[in-house]
Design a protein around this ligand. Structure first.
Ligand code: EPS
Length: 393
């Protein structure tokens, strides 16, 4: 089974990652991963840091002559900005000259994190809680994504709303998605289309409203969140299981999305809308088309009983507005116990487009492990044999 770990502080030397359990024989390159890293850095509303970083991955181990060899894959992404943080982030000095951060930002991990670990200097919590870490998550998960793609499982995403700028004609967007997912790269076509927009929205009029909102938030010293949708096509029936809570794929996918910094809500299919309706208006009726069982709708988002049902997987995530505010909320200086304004340090105004890219990546280990549980083997060739024998597809 695939698992991965990341390490690294936002302004430390580098982010590092180890991906374990990837089968042998998977073609992979740094270029392939870098493309996803570049996508993660885009989006209107990002702050100055993205002008400093140009994320590139170095594959240190586990790949030989362009293919995985079954051993752990180690990755490094260097933080260009670390040059400016040498003293503040020194590994070996005593740090006496470095000013401590003692004022927590509401909404960030600053207070809870530094209280938990007993830090006087909040910087220790800031650095690892930062969403910078998602660069390495995307790198690690892009390898897993490549494995899924080899079996025809493609993932895409787009942004549904930023603040109050919302897609209003859902039907029109669904028709676009329906058309795009017929492409040979399935849901990835949604991603390619969304990438043409600076806020990753599929509907033009909402895009300009979203950009205008981000501009005004910036002027006001404020930030914005939003909702994104992640779609996966090509998953066969029967990934995940209903037999135990920890094997339910919907729960595992929700966990992956919820683990992204600033994501505070997750939905599968039209989960929240479904809760307002009668059962007869919600459940996806069966039909027959050329002797094949089909579903007449997909409100369940491709998962029933925690198991893939052969329909497109549809997930949504809600990202709260970024907690670092240029016009800060009240806070308390933990050292002086005085009520003061929260600290401001350079940050983004809106990172929902980036979050949608991260979401595409982080769901892949859950999907891939459910896939490997059913069809797994040590090499791609072995898995391919097992998968092609399956009569469900
Ligand atoms: C982040 C704060 C900003 C973001 C960062 C996440 O960084 P900095 O404090 O260096 O300006 O740009 O995101 C990234 C660096 C990234 O690569 O996504 C935070 O506090 O979470």
């Amino acid at each position: 089974m695939i698992r991965y770990l990341t390490a690294g502080e936002s302004h430390g030397h580098a982010l590092v990652g180890i991906v374990e359990g990837v089968p042998a024989g998977l073609p992979i390159s740094a270029d392939y991963i870098d493309h996803q890293l570049r996508r993660r850095q885009q989006g209107y509303g990002r702050g100055g840091r993205m002008r400093i970083e140009a994320d590139n991955v170095e594959i240190v181990s586990g790949v030989r002559f362009g293919k995985t060899i079954g051993s752990p894959i180690a990755l490094i992404i260097r933080n260009r900005d670390s040059q400016a943080w040498k003293e503040k982030m020194a590994v070996e000095s005593d740090g006496e000259e470095v000013e401590m951060v003692t004022i927590p930002r509401p909404g960030h991990a600053d207070f809870a994190g530094s209280t938990k670990y007993g830090f006087d200097d909040i910087r220790n919590a800031i650095e690892r809680a930062s969403a910078r870490e998602t660069a390495m998550r995307v790198a690690c998960c892009t390898i897993v994504r490549k494995m899924l793609e080899e079996f025809g499982i493609f993932i895409g995403s787009h942004v549904l709303s930023i603040g109050t700028a919302k897609i209003s004609d859902r039907g029109a967007v669904d028709r676009m998605i329906g058309k795009y997912t017929k492409a040979s790269c399935g849901a990835y076509k949604i991603t390619e289309e969304a990438d043409k927009s600076q806020v990753r929205m599929l509907a033009k009029p909402v895009e300009s409203k979203a950009v205008a909102l981000i501009k005004s938030a910036k002027k006001l010293g404020d930030t914005l969140g939003g909702v994104f949708e992640v779609i996966a096509t090509g998953a066969p029936i029967g990934l995940g299981s209903y037999v135990h809570y920890d094997r339910k794929l919907d729960g595992l996918l929700a966990q992956a999305l919820m683990s992204i910094q600033a994501v505070k809500g997750v939905e599968i299919g039209s989960g929240f809308l479904n809760a307002e309706k009668f059962g007869s208006q919600v459940h996806d009726a069966y039909g027959l088309s050329h002797g094949k069982i089909v579903r007449l709708s997909n409100r369940a988002g491709g998962l029933e009983g925690g198991v893939t049902n052969g329909e497109t997987i549809v997930l949504r995530g809600a990202m709260k507005p970024i907690s670092t505010l240029a016009r800060p909320l009240p806070s308390v200086d933990l050292k002086t116990k005085r009520v003061v304004k929260a600290r401001y340090e350079r940050s983004d105004v809106c990172a929902v487009p980036a979050c949608s890219v991260i979401a595409e990546a982080v769901i892949t280990p859950a999907l891939a492990n459910a896939f490997l549980e059913k069809y797994g083997g040590d090499s791609m060739a072995e898995i391919r044999k097992r998968y092609s024998k399956d009569r469900n597809r």
